[in-house]
Design a protein around this ligand. Structure first.
Ligand code: NI
Ligand code: MN
Length: 227
């Protein structure tokens, strides 16, 4: 059973191919998170980090300590920084960069371009594919035309897109992204209404997505969807 749960902001929890995965795990400083960090007590298999801004790197280091079986997936440079600074063993790191699929226990993982900034490496989006379901989490990004290529290459069923504006795409721009990505199932808005600086109306996104012939799914923080 494949399941996706939005934990508010860019944090997304997945159950896929029997594995427990979290993307961009800001939990402690996330006012929208429905769970406390202790919820992830030695039950995570994989932590994916799109880039090292604090609202995405979040509690990664602590979670790696709390979850001795968990692996880390990010760009090589960010992995190298975390390994060096926080003594994370390379035995628990999946070396990667933007490119083709990497197999992790029957789950295909890829990193994609993102138009944004970061401190120790280039920012990315990520693709997760298993059990016949492909999910694209765009990380933080502005709108860019190569999203067409991401759509053509990976054929996502679900796309998770930041819509908060200011630091990323806004709802209107994100609806153009949906048109380029062509999700087979749903476009899910993330990275909005966490703080006042990224306050937007997600219904603008749904309306624009619908106009373009695709389906949007607005989740409440803590709400999950069967994939
Ligand atoms: Ni960022
Ligand atoms: Mn961010």
């Amino acid at each position: 059973m494949a399941q996706l749960r939005w934990l508010g902001h860019a944090a997304v929890e997945l159950y896929l191919n029997g594995k427990h995965i979290i993307i961009d795990p800001m939990i402690k400083d996330n006012p929208l998170s429905p769970v406390k960090l202790s919820y992830f007590d030695n039950n995570l298999d994989l932590i994916i980090v799109t880039h090292d801004h604090y609202d995405h790197l979040g509690d990664t280091v602590e979670l790696m300590k709390m979850n001795p079986k968990a692996y880390l997936y990010a760009t090589y440079d960010l992995e190298n920084y975390l390994a060096t600074q926080f003594a994370i063993s390379w035995d628990r790191i999946i070396p990667a960069n933007v490119g083709g699929y990497v197999d992790f226990n029957g789950i295909n993982l890829a990193l994609t371009k993102a138009v944004h900034s970061s401190e120790h490496s280039d920012p990315t989006g990520t693709i997760i594919s298993s059990e016949g379901v492909t999910i694209y989490h765009a990380g933080d990004t502005g709108l860019f035309e190569d999203m067409k290529l991401i759509g053509d290459l990976f054929k996502p069923d679900y796309v998770l897109l930041p819509i908060g504006g200011r630091f990323t795409m806004d709802p209107y721009q994100a609806s153009i992204a949906v048109e380029m990505l062509k999700p087979k199932k749903y476009a899910i808005p993330i990275h909005y209404n966490t703080w006042d600086l990224i306050k937007v109306d997600p219904n603008v996104f749904s309306t624009e997505v619908t106009k373009r012939g695709y389906r949007a799914l607005i989740l409440q923080p803590g709400q999950s969807v069967e994939l």
